[in-house]
Design a protein around this ligand. Structure first.
Ligand SMILES: Nc1ncnc2c1ncn2[C@@H]1O[C@H](COP(=O)(O)OP(=O)(O)OP(=O)(O)O)[C@@H](O)[C@H]1O
Ligand SMILES: [Mg+2]
Length: 206
């Protein structure tokens, strides 16, 4: 079972993954928590370079590095965990590339689709939870919490484009996406998320 969390910076993905992971573990599920970019030793090392403020990175180079990291992540972490019957909670995955590199940086969506298919070896999220907040709210939360990384430093219109892109992706695949109002309180969101996840697990008989 692969459950991915998507949404712009500061939308609350990591907060909700932590809560959901504890909840599922408490119910006896084997849970693997992971994230992109990163998730492996190789990927986490590249992540530091990729997100380093002030680093000059061409859009296509950025895309290819993200995809290289994803290939490693799928092979080393996600596939083995799925084969092991684990519930994998992944903080960003394939949709982030469409939203950021596709709609954000305007790279051809067909190229992204081809590369995604190659590096994921055909695995698809069973459920994708989209934390939906305005770019203003997300960035304000992040600015209050920590220093900005290279992608967070993009101007507000970039983040607005990414937010719209996520909404579009969700509309195109309503069966897989579950859109949550990320402006609600942390605990209220957790309740909604765990109810949805409970239903999906049940529907798969796990
Ligand atoms: N529902 C919420 N209401 C108010 N603040 C929240 C909410 N959810 C998370 N936060 C706070 O907002 C900040 C960003 O949350 P979090 O790190 O979970 O977002 P994220 O989507 O993982 O961001 P990033 O993409 O940068 O990793 C944190 O300081 C967190 O405590
Ligand atoms: Mg996070």
């Amino acid at each position: 079972m692969l459950i991915t969390f998507e949404g712009i910076e500061g939308s609350g993905k990591t907060t909700q993954i932590e809560l959901l992971s504890d909840y599922l573990a408490g119910k006896g599920y084997g849970v693997v928590k992971t994230r992109e970019p990163g998730g492996t030793r190789f990927g986490e090392a590249l992540r530091e370079v990729l997100l380093r403020p002030g680093m000059d990175v061409d859009s296509l180079s950025e895309l290819l590095v993200f995809m290289a990291m994803r290939a490693q992540h799928v092979e080393e972490v996600i596939l083995p965990a799925l084969q092991d019957g684990k519930v994998v909670l992944c903080d960003r995955f394939v949709d982030a590339t469409y939203a950021y590199q596709g709609y954000g940086r305007k790279i051809d969506l067909g190229v992204i689709e081809t590369l995604n298919r190659l590096v994921t070896k055909g695995i698809r999220p069973n459920l994708t939870i989209l934390m939906n907040v305005t770019a203003e709210r997300g960035l304000k939360r992040k600015a209050a919490a920590s220093a900005m990384d290279r992608i967070e430093e993009e101007d507000i219109s970039f983040h607005q484009r990414v937010k719209k892109a996520y909404e579009k992706l969700a509309k195109e695949d309503p069966k897989r996406f579950f859109v949550v109002d990320g402006s609600l309180k942390v605990e209220a969101i957790h309740q909604v998320v765990r109810e949805k996840v409970g239903n999906v697990l049940k529907s798969y008989g796990v």
